[in-house]
Write a protein that binds this ligand. Structure first.
Ligand code: NDP
Length: 245
């Protein structure tokens, strides 16, 4: 199936920011969207708002640190709609810090959400895509993985782990599956709220105020990749503010 209309698209981290904006954007273009995240109230609000605009959306509470939750999100889409065209592995956190600070719990959290969460998405959807003979993974990375700067080592490492996994997946996927990575720069979202170091959080919020682009810019790029013909695999997309060094 070419285009966006009629596709069933599951999105993790869809309760705010890039995931929510992408769900709205794709639903406006006729996709059926299945939203997953932990905050049920925010998911419900997004689903109601999409429905009020004539879009089709459902949601399921999903913690990507739990393999069974991610599996349930995929099963939920399959039960309701009989297929899954796209899984957007978007959930992510950024409790950044200098390595000297030894905030090992934060390192583990980033690995659990940003890396293992994506692997659980692959584990849930890959067998479905194989059975169907079609399917598209879209994994959210970061420009933090392209230009590595102090405080971002573990966050960048988590995103670059997914970069490597995505490239391996692309090579193993064969001719009928598609794999896209998108690396956003500063985007105006709630991501700073996941920062546990208050001075870095304040700096992150300042950076966002100074230069961040709206989440809709990332949603448009994701929609571009999804909307291409089946035999066109948009591999890597980088979208950053012009003002970002
Ligand atoms: P937000 O904080 O607005 O969104 C993050 C989303 O991830 C929320 O929906 C949150 O939902 C969800 N999430 C966090 N932890 C979990 C979990 N354990 N299980 C399920 N969902 C979870 O930030 P963004 O929209 O910016 O982030 C989206 C992605 O974009 C992330 O992968 C981030 O790393 C990436 N990114 C963002 C950039 C930016 O400047 N904003 C730049 C580059 C990349 P909930 O809390 O309800 O579970």
């Amino acid at each position: 199936m070419t285009g966006i209309a009629g596709k069933v698209i599951a999105i993790t981290g869809a309760s705010s920011g890039i995931g929510e904006a992408t769900a709205r954007h794709l639903a406006e273009r006729g996709a059926v969207v299945v939203l997953g995240a932990r905050r049920f109230d925010r998911l419900e609000m997004a689903v109601a708002s999409i429905a009020s605009q004539g879009g089709k959306a459902l949601c399921l509470v999903t913690d990507v640190r739990r393999r069974e939750d991610v599996a349930r999100l995929v099963e939920f889409a399959m039960d309701r709609y009989g297929k899954l065209d796209v899984l957007i592995n978007n959930a992510g956190i950024a409790p950044i810090s200098r390595l000297d600070d030894l905030r090992v719990d934060d390192w583990e959290d980033m690995i659990d959400v940003n890396v293992k969460g994506v692997l659980y998405g692959i584990a849930a959807a890959l067998p479905v895509f194989r059975r169907q003979g079609f399917g598209h993974f879209v994994n959210t990375l970061s420009t933090a993985g392209i230009k590595i700067v102090p405080t971002m080592a573990v966050y960048a490492g988590s995103k670059n782990a997914v970069r490597a996994i995505s490239e391996g997946l692309r090579q193993e996927a064969g001719p009928s599956l598609r794999v896209t990575t998108i690396s956003p720069g500063y985007v105006d979202t709630e991501l700073p709220s996941s920062m546990t170091d208050s001075s870095l959080r304040d700096q992150g919020e300042l950076n966002m105020k100074a230069m961040a682009i709206p989440a809709s810019a990332i949603a448009e790029a994701i929609a571009f990749a999804i909307g291409q013909p089946d035999n066109v695999d948009v591999g890597e997309i980088v979208v950053r503010p012009t003002a970002q060094a």
